[in-house]
Design a protein around this ligand. Structure first.
Ligand code: ATP
Ligand code: MG
Length: 456
């Protein structure tokens, strides 16, 4: 059952109960009034009859007086008057008002207990009146019940009309009042289908406004998160392409020529062996060996960059050293200062710290033209790891990450905060360096054995 129908039914129930109570009270009141009216009418009839009876013995026309008395009550709504003889035979009867009785159930509702009154008519010998006549006064409450019914029926029609119009108005008002909730429900359904542009106008009572404001804020947040996720997804794809291009360049520039040289040296080696020139053959063999060693180094650097397997195998410090080796191999002009204690950290903290260092190093290379980069891992408390990466060569104007369109710092922050840590970055004016500092909750599986401080 819809909320609207429930509200209407509830209102109808309350109204019907109140009306029933009112009807019972009014019925009781009407009954009391009818009883009082009937009592007064009977008393009046008795009095009138007594007046006539007093004059009856002296009257010359006692039969006519009696007839006049009875017919004076023709059309009376409360009392019917009758003259009966000794055998109970009615000789004269007044005509009642002639109104149709009310519906039986209503008659029972307002029925008043009233007994007939029998008055002996004084004998008037010689006046044509038979002896032993009696005057019977019978109360007729039906007429009053009928008029009460007429009034109640008219009132009932008015109430029904008002209830009908009121019901339609309440239906419309409840519909209008619930419309914002219906709209909210529809928008929630849209959000459930992934449409985060859904919004509702803020209108109505304060409680509803609060709900609508909360809904709009929620969809706004969801839309922003989805936008950011898309951007991060795009960035991942872009970074992958950049990395592939870099790997292709490295293979082409570093491995390609050396393989070519190794091929030449191998061919020459064969010729020199055939020509019996061992001294020159040995020199070419050594050159082949050097080239292979160089290529092994290149391949190791590349593997370390592609997948920091050493992170899980040898720990965070070793993985960061591989990273540094990768960059040092390309940027010989940069001095790296490392302070990396050999701590056996839990895997997820090590992963987050590694990614922070990776992005901070990339940023330093891309944005700062540094001469020195320092990377420090410290434990201010056993369960907290602080990662600091600072580089000099910062541009004069402090760049605004939010306007650069870059997502590296944003992704870094999300990673750190998802882990329960805090990230700070920016230009340290006093030290003229750019600093990235991540504080991460961690678990240490082994106490640092030695300080891995070194200078590259
Ligand atoms: N080490 C740094 N030295 C100087 N400026 C930096 C450094 N790191 C970041 N910045 C500034 O902060 C901005 C935002 O960096 P962020 O890593 O978020 O984006 P990006 O590097 O430009 O792009 P990407 O999304 O590829 O990382 C950079 O554009 C740069 O101006
Ligand atoms: Mg970046």
């Amino acid at each position: 059952m819809s909320l609207r129908l429930r509200v209407i039914l509830l209102i109808t129930l309350v109204l019907a109960s109140s009306l029933t109570l009112c009807a019972l009270l009014v019925g009781y009141q009407v009954r009391q009034e009818l009883a009082a009216e009937l009592r007064a009418a009977m008393a009046g009839a008795r009095q009138t009859a007594s007046g006539t009876f007093e004059d009856l013995p002296r009257s010359d026309h006692s039969l006519r007086d009696l007839r006049q008395l009875v017919h004076a009550f023709d059309g009376n709504r409360h009392v019917r008057m009758a003259v009966v003889d000794r055998q109970g035979q009615a000789l004269l009867t007044s005509r009642p008002s002639g109104e149709a009785p009310p519906p039986a159930w209503f008659g029972r509702l307002v029925e008043v207990e009233a007994a007939a009154v029998v008055l002996p008519i004084p004998d008037a010998p010689g006046q044509g009146l038979a002896p032993g006549l009696r005057l019977v006064l019978t109360p007729t409450p039906q007429s009053d019940a009928r008029s009460a019914w007429n009034e109640a029926f008219t009132m009932l029609k008015v109430i029904a009309g008002v209830a009908l119009i009121g019901g339609v108005l309440i239906w419309l008002a409840v519909g209008a009042g619930l419309r914002p909730l219906v709209l909210l429900g529809e928008q929630f359904a849209k959000v459930g289908q992934g449409d985060y542009a859904a919004a509702v106008p803020e209108a109505g009572p304060p409680e509803l406004r609060l709900l609508q404001r909360g809904f709009n804020a929620m969809t706004g947040q969801l839309a922003a998160t989805m936008r950011r996720n898309r951007q991060l997804g795009d960035q991942i794809v872009r970074l992958q392409e950049e990395e592939r291009a870099e790997i292709a360049r490295d293979l082409h520039d570093e491995i390609g020529p050396r393989l070519f040289a190794v091929g030449l040296d191998a061919a020459l080696l064969a010729q020199l062996c055939e020509a019996g020139k061992p001294a020159e053959a040995i020199r070419h063999a050594q050159e082949i060996q050097q080239a292979v060693v160089h290529m092994q180094g290149q391949v190791r650097d590349l593997l370390g960059w592609l997948r920091p397997a050493r992170l899980t195998e040898f720990g965070l410090a070793a993985a960061i050293k591989d990273l540094v080796a990768f960059w040092a191999g390309r940027r010989g002009d940069i001095a790296f200062a490392l302070d990396l204690p050999e701590t056996a950290l839990d895997e997820s903290t090590a992963e987050v710290a590694y990614r922070v260092v990776q992005e901070a190093l990339s940023n330093a290379m891309r944005h700062a033209r540094p001469a020195r980069i320092a990377i420090t891992l410290t434990h201010e408390a056993p369960d907290r790891l602080t990662v600091r990466i600072e580089n000099d060569g910062v541009p004069q104007a402090a760049p605004d990450a939010s306007r650069s369109g870059g997502l590296g710092l944003l992704g870094m922050r999300e990673r750190v905060e998802a882990h329960g840590g805090q990230l700070a970055y920016g230009r340290e004016a006093a030290a003229a360096v750019w600093l990235v500092r991540a504080q991460l909750p961690c678990q240490i599986h082994a106490v640092p054995a030695a300080n891995g401080q070194e200078q590259a």
